[in-house]
Design a binder for this molecule. Structure first.
Ligand SMILES: Nc1ncnc2c1ncn2[C@@H]1O[C@H](COP(=O)(O)OP(=O)(O)OP(=O)(O)O)[C@@H](O)[C@H]1O
Length: 222
């Protein structure tokens, strides 16, 4: 069964002067174990589509089902924290927390005891290829690739099976970008996550299992 299903989803940004139809009647099914790339030119609606999937924005029409349930019926805070994790081009780590604290924080937020949270965080930090030397560093003491790997560890630690990446390699050089893409592909293929990557980079799209293009709010399969 699809982990996420979008049925005829539309979204428009509105103010008193105008309405911008950013996502138009998109239907899509995502399965665990696969990498999906969404490409398209600037302003075509890719980020808006990703925020709909992440539950950060609610559709104006249509519905989004997670494991068969409309996300409207779920606790949205829990959905955003535990079900659909987003990673960003700018990493969005907490600058005043160490690597370990960044990964522990969302676990403690949901009521997990410190020692258990620490053990889970350490496991996920190791799984993205970082070691104990990194635990006590602040984000500004890491390379861009390392920061993105911490962001991925934090996303994974919550147990989320849906990883939504918005231009995850946009701030990385080619070598670090390749490492992050390889990690995302491994997470889909080996750990059976559903991974969505919004990207301008066609070489990432080449490595995805399925590629979609956004064009003026309309999604089509390539
Ligand atoms: N907060 C907002 N208010 C009004 N319009 C917006 C807002 N955010 C985005 N838009 C518009 O919605 C459309 C889709 O934007 P979106 O950011 O989803 O595109 P994108 O494909 O992700 O672009 P990029 O590749 O540049 O990040 C664009 O026309 C944009 O101008």
């Amino acid at each position: 069964m699809a982990i996420l299903k979008l049925n005829d989803v539309s979204y428009s940004y509105q103010n008193q002067y105008q309405s911008v139809e950013a996502v138009k009647n998109v239907s899509l099914e995502l399965e665990q174990g696969k990498v999906y790339a969404i490409i398209g030119k600037s302003g075509s609606g890719k980020s808006t589509l990703l925020s709909l999937m992440a539950g950060l924005t609610l559709p104006k029409s249509g519905e989004i089902l997670y494991d068969g349930d409309s996300i409207k019926n779920l606790d949205m805070e829990e959905y955003r924290r535990d079900k659909a994790s987003v990673i960003y081009q700018t990493f969005n780590l907490f600058p005043l927390m160490t690597v370990l604290e960044n990964v522990i924080f969302p676990l403690e937020l949901k009521g997990m005891k410190h020692l258990e949270a620490k053990a889970i965080a350490e496991r996920h930090i190791a799984s993205v290829g970082l070691d104990k030397n990194h635990y006590k560093r602040f984000p500004n003491m890491l390379s861009g690739g390392e920061r993105q790997r911490v962001a991925i560890a934090r996303a994974l630690a919550t147990g989320s099976r849906l990883l939504l990446a918005d231009e995850p390699t946009g701030n990385l050089d080619m070598a670090n970008g390749d490492l992050v893409v390889k990690l995302l592909i491994d997470l889909a293929h080996k750990d059976k996550l559903a991974v969505v990557i919004v990207t301008h980079d066609l070489s990432i799209a080449d490595k995805a299992d399925e590629v979609f293009q956004m064009n003026d709010g309309i999604l089509s399969r390539m």
